[in-house]
Design a protein around this ligand. Structure first.
Ligand SMILES: Cc1cc2nc3c(=O)[nH]c(=O)nc-3n(C[C@H](O)[C@H](O)[C@H](O)COP(=O)(O)OP(=O)(O)OC[C@H]3O[C@@H](n4cnc5c(N)ncnc54)[C@H](O)[C@@H]3O)c2cc1C
Length: 324
């Protein structure tokens, strides 16, 4: 029976990204009539392997070695290559996060394949065993459908585009894999600095309220902060707002910023340049507030208000307060 392999890089417990990979992997495996497996790597993989089993993987391929205590590309790549040679998966799944971006193309090259990154959805064809993935191209201006007919299909999924797996109490079989050699880690971790955020992280928010040049100045982001706070969301920004020094660069959404895929993306005073849309086109619903009816953002938005945000946002905030 063919196998869908999800590559997990967590230590100890499963992150939201890994749960999404397992959730998507489960759907793909069900479509293909395949088995869902997980690759877990680290100095001690028992807990993460058990968690992957609890969330739907029925086979766990574990690479356990003291040298792999923390993630580094070359070591984890050697581990994953060994797992793939052992289990010959039909599909190898990553998430388009920092390790996923590094690993997917490198692993694909080693397996003689091409990686497809930033996938938003898929259709599986049981007859041919091929899978068609949909991903944005040209900075989100168009969607490409790419059929991955040769195994293994090495794919990285866009974060927040797939439902996370839910726990199920199934037993998983664990297979220990020993890579022929693990290259030494050329990096030494000196310090880990967590980004300071009050409230929900931009990448994890289900609602993002983003502001652009149209806000006219940093003080006007207060309205966005208030609305985002009421909705349990986070504030984002266009590059112009960041480059103007109005908000920190950690809030930038777009091609050279963060990629977000919330349920609701409210773009306020943002024109909708393709580089900005590259970071938010995976949102379930884009809502735009802009004075210019010709602004490109309206082409991407499901809902739009042509108007001055100073007139549109205050009554919206009042309405949300009433409903709270
Ligand atoms: C290589 C490269 C990478 C880039 N990466 C990014 C990126 O990651 N993220 C990003 O955002 N950009 C990026 N850019 C920049 C991008 O091309 C745009 O310049 C930028 O997104 C525009 O920001 P904006 O929409 O805030 O400003 P503008 O394009 O100036 O749009 C402002 C909008 O506000 C509207 N407006 C004005 N007043 C009001 C009002 N009172 N109420 C409501 N609406 C109002 C206007 O009608 C206008 O549509 C990149 C560019 C390049 C070349």
């Amino acid at each position: 029976m063919s196998l869908v392999l999800t590559c997990l890089f967590d230590q100890g417990s499963l992150s939201r990204d890994s749960l999404e990979a397992l959730g998507a992997g489960k759907s793909i495996a069900a479509e293909l009539g395949a088995v869902l497996a997980a690759a877990v790597i680290g100095a001690e993989t028992g807990a993460i392997g058990a968690a992957a089993g609890e969330y739907g993987a029925s086979k766990i391929y574990a690479v356990q070695d003291a040298a792999l205590a923390q993630y580094y590309c070359e070591g984890y790549l050697a581990a994953l290559e060994a797992v793939c040679r052992e289990c010959e998966p039909a599909v190898v799944l990553f998430v388009t996060n920092a390790p996923g971006r590094e690993m997917a193309p490198r692993l694909a090259k080693r397996l003689g394949r091409t990686a497809l990154v930033d996938c938003l959805s898929f259709n599986a064809d049981k007859e041919t065993g091929s899978i068609v993935f949909t991903k944005p191209v040209f900075g989100g201006k168009a969607m490409a459908q790419v059929a991955m007919s040769d195994a293994p299909a090495v794919v990285a999924l866009r974060r927040r585009s797939f439902e996370p797996a839910r726990p199920e109490q199934a037993a998983a079989e664990t297979i220990q894999v020993k890579p022929p050699a693990i290259p030494p880690n050329p990096f030494k971790l000196i310090e880990r600095v967590e980004e300071q955020t009050a409230g929900v992280r931009l990448e994890d928010a289900r609602v993002v309220v983003s502001g652009g040049q149209g806000l006219g100045g940093p003080e006007n982001f207060a309205l966005l902060e208030e609305l985002a706070g009421l909705l349990g969301g986070a504030v984002g920004a266009s590059r112009v707002a960041v480059d103007s020094g109005w908000v920190s660069s950690s809030k930038q959404v777009g091609q050279t910023g963060k990629i977000v895929a919330p349920d609701i993306y409210l773009a306020v005073g943002i024109s909708g340049a393709c580089q900005h849309l590259a970071g938010c086109s995976g949102s379930k619903v884009i809502v735009a507030v802009n004075t210019d009816p010709e602004a490109p953002i309206f082409g991407a938005a499901r809902l739009g208000v042509v108007g001055d945000y100073k007139e549109v946002l205050p009554p919206l905030i009042e309405k949300v307060k009433e409903m709270a």
